[in-house]
Write a protein that binds this ligand. Structure first.
Ligand SMILES: Cc1cc2nc3c(=O)[nH]c(=O)nc-3n(C[C@H](O)[C@H](O)[C@H](O)COP(=O)(O)O)c2cc1C
Length: 203
């Protein structure tokens, strides 16, 4: 059966992580269910120049090449009738990239007042993979406690901390390395990163 992934972009800095994730998975025969929060759209505009037009068009401009069997389904964040709002809709996991501290707090508190929070809540109750690319710095005690609670609830918390042992030459390589590690968590094959052990030793 074709893989289905739920992806959300919220209003934390680092929307490039969400875009590079979409670039990677839409190049595969995967159906993507995308939600962008209101703040996420604003940060997307600020950080990438997104003009609010059709998101598929925007992704094309960002260099996303769609696999012939890839599908992009986009939902408004207040659309609680969308498929990811229900546990009866089966999928292979959800990634929130980036995930704001507000969305993190809502998820660990069980507050489901928009589609993104609800879809995450559904992942937890249905025991499906949920990955949060939490972004803030520095982190307050509340942020850290929420991340700890998230980990206890079975959520994979992945603050975007790229490794530099891959010697990235630019932001895209740095971001792709991290996105590759996200795909590893979902058991999706990719070639976004060179793995430790594949490097020539320079010692
Ligand atoms: C340019 C910009 C950058 C922001 N960066 C962050 C951030 O890195 N982390 C964070 O938690 N909030 C950040 N915020 C604040 C969130 O956008 C704000 O808390 C918002 O209510 C989050 O809503 P959402 O989770 O529904 O997207 C940023 C806001 C702006 C305008």
């Amino acid at each position: 059966m074709k893989q289905k992934l739920v992806v959300a972009i919220t209003g934390a800095s680092g929307v490039i992580y969400g875009i590079r994730l979409l670039k990677a998975i839409l190049n595969m025969p995967i159906s993507v269910y995308l939600m962008i929060s209101a703040a996420g759209r604003q940060v997307l505009t600020h950080e990438t120049g997104y003009d609010g037009a059709d998101i598929k068009e925007f992704l094309h401009l960002q260099g996303v090449v769609f696999h012939k069997d890839a599908r992009l389904n986009s939902y408004a964040p207040d659309d609680l009738f969308a498929p990811p709002a229900s546990g009866s809709f089966r999928h292979d996991g959800m990634v929130i990239a980036p995930c704001s501290m507000k969305t993190l707090g809502a998820i660990v508190s069980g507050i489901s007042d928009n589609l993104i929070h609800r879809a995450a809540d559904v992942c937890l109750k249905e025991k499906r993979p949920l990955i949060l690319i939490t972004r803030e710095t520095p982190l307050s005690a509340i942020h850290l406690k929420n991340m700890y609670d998230a980990a206890l609830a079975g959520i994979t918390v992945m603050p975007p901390c790229p490794g530099f042992y891959s010697h990235p030459k630019n932001i895209n390589e740095l971001t792709d390395f991290f996105v590759g590690r996200v795909l590893d968590q979902l058991n999706i094959e990719h070639n976004l990163l060179k793995r430790w052990g594949d490097y020539d030793c320079v010692c």
